[in-house]
Design a protein around this ligand. Structure first.
Ligand SMILES: *Cc1c(COP(=O)(O)O)cnc(C)c1O
Length: 353
């Protein structure tokens, strides 16, 4: 398949230079070589998250760090799970699976939560943490993360745990400025790396909470991960090949500039929305709450459209979970350009009836 045609909402297309970087020879994970590599990567990751705190690099998929968020961030009370799609529902399930008491606050799939109502809910209950999915990849809805962080910050005992898997790298996000307690992403979405790494940032309050939880596990023990990170090390063997890919991709990301990257993603969302309006296709997420990285289109015969695109040499996403029979998804994220997306939309238009 020629480049610029793989529009799954994860994994995303990976640039040939980044793919090639993975073929570097192995290095030991206790020597100076890996420390240099990890130090370079740390320098590149901070600005992507807009943080001066250490960025944890986990050898796992993103779900691993969702579990880390719950294990390290929830104790002594309930977790309020904001659910508006399949991935935010997974966050609630993980919390339950870790034995936590979970209060689910569900709104219609495709919509977003009202930050004002969050403030009211938090005032009423013993919630020690809130889980939220920044960009709900199953619906294309973007939460107002800044307002959610402001509402949560008014309750100092409540930590905000954020799944930003299709946010970070594609959606304007200010981890430190907005006061987010834990935010995570995976390598294979807006960062356009192969799958297998996850990245996360923990606030000081999150680290303090973690240290009070004796049974927080080992592999995803945040204090252990951060302590090792300070020496540019990892507790267990890292995916060295992916660290090479990360080094190359971070260089490419900063060549473009993170703000230019955010703008490019916004433009891709706007092109999709304009195309949808022109062709009378509804987007599941409402105007003003659409994710710059993924669009979820309400269509008839989604399977026919996905298959038709594949026959014409393009890969798009089917609907996810309970939206499988009514929607398709375009993952316009990572290194994709507006021109590539316009080409795709042109082809998709010929398949509509
Ligand atoms: C893809 C995705 C996940 C899961 O990531 P894995 O790397 O498969 O574990 C979680 N949340 C969101 C919003 C996602 O898009």
């Amino acid at each position: 398949m020629p480049p610029g045609r793989f529009f799954l909402p994860g994994p995303t297309e990976v640039h040939p230079e980044v793919l090639a970087a993975q073929t570097g020879q192995m290095i030991g994970h206790r020597g100076s070589d890996i420390r240099e590599l990890m130090a370079t990567n740390a320098e590149g990751l901070g600005p992507v998250f807009r943080t001066t705190r250490p960025v944890i690099v986990s050898t796992s998929s993103a779900t691993g760090l969702m579990e880390a968020a719950v294990r390290n961030g929830v104790s002594g009370g309930r977790v309020l799970a904001m659910v508006n799609g399949a991935f935010s529902a997974r966050f609630a399930e993980i919390a339950r699976g870790c034995g936590k008491e979970v209060e689910v606050w569900e709104v219609a799939y495709g919509s977003v939560h009202d930050p004002g109502e969050l403030a009211t809910r938090l005032a009423g209950g013993n919630c020690v943490a809130v889980t939220v999915t920044h960009s709900e990849t199953s619906t294309g809805a973007l939460q107002d993360l800044q307002s959610i962080a402001e509402a949560t910050a008014r309750h100092p005992g409540t930590l905000l745990l954020v799944d930003s898997v299709t946010g970070i790298g594609g959606v304007e996000t200010h981890t430190d400025l907005w006061g987010i307690d834990f935010i995570l992403t995976g390598s294979q979405k807006a960062l356009a790396l192969p799958p297998g790494l996850a990245f996360g940032v923990a606030s000081e309050a999150m680290m303090e909470r973690a240290r009070t939880i004796p049974d927080r596990g080992w592999y995803f023990d945040l204090p252990r991960l951060v302590e090792d990170l300070d020496r540019h090390q990892t507790p267990a063997t890292p995916a060295v090949s992916l660290l090479y890919a990360l080094e190359t991709q971070l260089r490419r990301i900063h060549e473009e500039g993170i703000e230019a990257r955010w703008k490019r993603h916004l433009a891709m969302m706007e092109h999709t929305a304009a195309w949808a309006a022109e062709h009378e296709v509804a987007l599941l997420a409402p105007h003003g709450h659409r994710s710059p990285t993924v669009s979820c289109l309400v269509v008839e015969e989604p399977a026919r459209l996905v298959a038709g695109m594949r026959e014409r040499g393009w890969v798009i996403g089917g609907g996810y979970g309970r939206l499988g029979e009514t929607t398709i998804r375009l993952g316009h994220m990572g290194d994709h350009t507006v021109d590539e997306l316009d080409d795709l939309l042109g082809v998709l238009a010929t398949l509509l009836r």
